[in-house]
Design a protein around this ligand. Structure first.
Ligand SMILES: [Ca+2]
Length: 495
């Protein structure tokens, strides 16, 4: 922007030209020069007259040439000086050497905005950059926007002032609520931190509790297992005790009932009728066989098979199964009065059994044999039917049995106290008739653990518990080969 045209810039250090200050001075200076030229002509003429005479003709020609030339030079010089003075007068006077710089604007130096003439004669031109952007429009737009904004602000201020009262109260209210919310938020934050801390503690306590719970569950399961074992053990002991109690009770009852008669029972006198096979044995008979016996309450007497060999003999047999030749699936009448063959398959009869067992304290022996010829026996220290009955026939000849011993296992004690049931007289505890259901006749409860009057099914059978069963030995699906039930007064009674 700032430049110094070379043609306009003087060389530094070059001495400035001397100029005539005014026209009057210039005219005097020209007159002085004319006089000097005239003086110089006179001198030249006098010099040529002092030379030799041969040269007198050429002297006139040379003087003329010299004069003409001098005049031309003088005129030329005068024109040059005059042109220079005119030129210098038409231009501005140069600044004073070593003076203050002169600053001008729009002085025709091209497009220079500002021209600076320094004291040393140099000049600086400051130009406007042609590439400089024009912000005028932008300024106008900005000014317009500013005006519009100011207008809007003014309008808003007017509206704002109108609502200022309401807004102010609202703002105050909001500020109060904000303050409360802020304090509430702080409190919530404190609570949250507290809760989080509490949660951590709870989690730890929960883990401890879970561990404890697991340990307790394990202990509990162990305790339950031990408790179950203990309960089972106690139940078994109780059951055993109940059996024992029942046996003792029955025995005591039997003893009480029969005490007078037993006590009154005297030894059979010689020649007197035997009351049972024990009396027959006592009379000296040692052969097994059929004998007539006359129980106290059955004066007419009846025939019975006496086992004189088993375990000391004297047994009155009241039931025998040997080959299935006689049906035992009979009605009440038959079981009351007896049926079959005395030396074969035989049932002596409930009435007869009652008449025998009422005489004294009888013991019962049951001999059993399977089809592999294995034999076992069950013995009960107390046995009787209808011992406590006013009318045993009407009462159903209830069974009294207790005090088991033997090799067959007990399968009869559960029937103690039960009445006799036949297919036509249901005295059992079942909804059905156990005699009909299991094809026999017995002191059924609900229904049985033994069924020695069942069908003669000859060993293993597919039907259930309807054969000659002794469950404690062969279960409920094995019908035995032979069965004998026999009684005798206990040895103490016989003595
Ligand atoms: Ca029944």
């Amino acid at each position: 922007m700032i430049g110094l045209p070379s043609g306009l810039m003087n060389s530094p250090g070059k001495p400035a030209l001397e100029f005539v200050p005014d026209l009057l001075g210039q005219e005097r200076w020209l007159q002085r020069v004319q006089r000097m030229v005239n003086d110089w002509g006179k001198i030249m003429n006098s010099a040529s007259e002092l030379g030799d005479g041969s040269q007198h003709k050429s002297k006139g020609t040379c003087s003329y040439l010299l004069w003409t030339t001098s005049l031309f030079v003088i005129v030329l010089l005068a024109v040059a000086v005059t042109g220079t003075i005119v030129f210098m007068n038409s231009s501005q006077a140069p600044p004073m050497p070593n003076g203050p710089p002169l600053i001008r604007t729009n002085q025709g130096e091209g497009n220079a905005l500002v021209t600076v003439d320094r004291g040393d004669g140099s000049r600086i031109n400051i130009f406007v950059d042609p590439n400089c952007p024009d912000y005028n429009k932008n300024f106008l737009q900005l000014e317009g926007a500013h005006t519009s904004l100011l207008h809007s602000l003014t309008n808003h201020d007017r509206g704002f002032k109108g609502q200022k009262g309401q807004d102010h109260s609202l703002l105050v209210n909001l500020a109060e609520q904000l303050g409360r919310l802020s304090s509430h938020s702080s409190q919530l934050k404190v609570d949250y931190e507290s809760l989080r801390h509490g949660q951590g503690s709870l989690v730890q306590e929960l883990n401890v509790l879970q561990t404890e719970q697991g340990r307790l569950i394990q202990l509990l399961s162990e305790s339950q297992a031990n408790m179950a074992k203990a309960v089972t053990s106690v139940s078994e002991a109780l059951r055993s005790l109940q059996k024992e109690t029942g046996s003792i009770k029955n025995r005591l009852k039997a003893d009480l009932q029969r005490a007078p008669s037993r006590g009154a029972r005297a030894k059979a006198c010689a020649g007197s009728r035997p009351r049972d096979c024990s009396d027959v044995y006592a009379s000296g008979q040692r052969d097994d066989g059929i004998y007539s016996i006359f129980p106290s309450h059955h004066p007419s007497g009846f025939q019975a098979f006496c086992d004189m060999t088993t375990d000391g003999g004297g047994w009155t047999v009241f039931q025998r199964r040997v080959d299935g030749s006689v049906s035992f699936f009979r009605e009440w009448e038959a079981y009351r009065n007896g049926f079959g063959k005395v030396n074969g398959e035989h049932w002596l009869g409930l009435k007869q059994i009652y008449a025998l067992t009422i005489q004294a304290n009888y013991e019962l022996r049951i001999d059993l044999e399977d089809f592999e010829n294995n034999t076992v026996f069950a013995q009960y220290g107390t046995f009787g039917v209808g011992l406590f009955s006013v009318d045993p026939d009407d009462d159903g000849y209830p069974l009294t049995v207790a005090n088991y011993s033997g090799s067959a296992g007990d399968s009869l004690l559960k029937h103690s106290g039960m009445k006799f049931t036949t297919k036509d007289q249901d005295n059992d505890h079942s909804e059905n008739n156990c005699a009909s259901f299991y094809r026999g006749a017995w002191w059924y409860r609900n229904c049985h653990t033994s069924n020695l009057n069942g069908q003669y099914l000859s060993g293993q059978h597919s039907s259930y518990a309807d054969g000659i069963e002794w469950s404690s030995w062969t279960g409920w699906q094995y019908s035995l080969k032979s069965s004998e039930m026999k009684i005798r007064p206990t040895r103490e009674e016989n003595k």
